[in-house]
Design a protein around this ligand. Structure first.
Ligand SMILES: Nc1ncnc2c1ncn2[C@@H]1O[C@H](COP(=O)(O)OP(=O)(O)O)[C@@H](O)[C@H]1O
Ligand SMILES: [Mg+2]
Length: 354
């Protein structure tokens, strides 16, 4: 195996800017030093050289200094509507290969309503929704409570708690006020899906020709060649741990190591096939590359019908705790192997290995 110089590009939480009036969860989606170190070590174990570079404005200089063959990109970046696309945009300008999804897909998938419009166009199941830019906008006709209110462009459960479930107009307006003022972005209001919480990780890239479209015929053979699906993981949202069964910010951060993760999730083979197919379809229509994790809710009031909540093209890679790492481990794939699977998917895509 050829050895490459790999720069790990990430934003470490303790390096993030501090500013007046920032909220307590401002940098919850950034990475820890130890996660970044574990990525560098994994890449070294894969036989390469690795060096962490903080993905801020210094990145152009530090990349010119280090001269990587490829970057392992997990940078979420700090500011802006399409912040996750900023580092890929710079790397394309510099013509440096990088792992993971590219500019358009990262900008798209950070924006949940935009992503849902694409999913809906392709006939993929995602909860019905409406976007609010003002607290007093009229609710669409036919919307029925309970509804779910969340920021349009955040992750790691930011802005999400038991209060996100609203039961009447008064609660809706209250929650809209909180989300609009705190996150300074439109609020996404969805039908509340009462159900089980399942997420599916996948690594690799679709191989044509069938993968170049989403078959419309339900019974068509669902070809997903090139992708490796990890076993689905379910978070046990026991009522004793959660309010209204919501996997919000507090659970995802402060209580992450106390939750019960069921992996593989207790699902039938047909249900697993369905989720894998949907995950591949979302990956395809959003143009993602190398790795992603797709979050679902299974509607307990409708035969566990799966609804797509979002796709995460930069899934957390914290050893032992991140969802996709837990999924890999359930399949006998170590953190080191998972990281190298992602790197190899990119190297292959660029024709740097065969
Ligand atoms: N429409 C919905 N119905 C029920 N629960 C939801 C809905 N949307 C989000 N949630 C809950 O909030 C959590 C986080 O939502 P998600 O859209 O995945 O945002 P994040 O980017 O923060 O992970 C979900 O895992 C789920 O528990
Ligand atoms: Mg999610």
């Amino acid at each position: 195996m050829k050895a490459f110089r790999v720069a790990v590009l990430a934003n470490i939480r303790t390096n993030a800017p501090v500013f007046e009036g920032m909220s307590e969860d401002q940098w919850d989606d950034l990475d820890s030093e130890s996660t970044v170190e574990s990525l560098c070590n994994a890449i070294r174990e894969g036989g390469h050289e690795a060096q962490f570079l903080e993905a801020d404005e210094s990145i152009i200089d530090s990349i010119r200094n280090y001269q990587p063959d490829i970057c392992f990109n997990i940078a979420e970046s700090h500011f802006g509507d399409s912040r996750e696309a900023q580092i890929p945009a710079i790397l394309e300008k510099l013509q440096i290969p990088y792992t993971g999804s590219k500019v358009l897909s990262l900008a798209l998938t950070l924006d949940k309503p935009m992503t849902k419009r694409i999913l809906a166009w392709h006939g993929l199941p995602t909860p019905e929704f409406q976007v609010f830019e003002r607290v007093d906008e009229a609710l669409d006709e036919g919307s029925r409570f309970p509804l779910f209110v969340k920021p349009s462009r955040e992750g790691t459960g930011m802005g999400i708690s038991g209060k996100s479930v609203v039961h009447d107009e008064r609660e809706l307006r209250q929650q809209l006020e909180i989300i609009l003022s705190k996150y300074k972005q439109p609020a996404l209001v969805e039908r509340f899906i009462k159900g089980r919480e399942v997420t599916v990780g996948l690594v690799g890239n679709l191989i044509g020709p069938v993968a170049w479209r989403v078959p419309r015929d339900e019974n068509a053979r669902r070809v997903q060649a090139g992708l490796t699906f990890l076993p689905a993981m379910e978070v046990n949202l026991d009522p004793s741990m959660t309010v209204e069964g919501v996997y919000g910010n507090y659970l995802k951060t402060a209580l992450a190591d106390q939750l019960e993760y069921l992996c593989p999730a207790p699902l039938t083979e047909d249900q697993t096939d369905e989720l894998n197919w949907l995950a591949a379809a979302v990956f395809r229509v959003t143009g993602c590359l190398d790795v992603s994790r797709v979050d679902f809710r299974l509607d307990v009031e409708d035969n566990l019908k799966p609804y797509i909540l979002e796709i995460n093209p930069l899934p957390g890679l914290m050893p032992k705790l991140s969802d996709i790492v837990i999924e890999a481990e359930a399949d006998g794939i170590s953190h080191t192997e998972l990281v190298n699977m992602i790197l190899n998917a990119a190297l292959k895509r660029y024709g740097m290995i065969s």
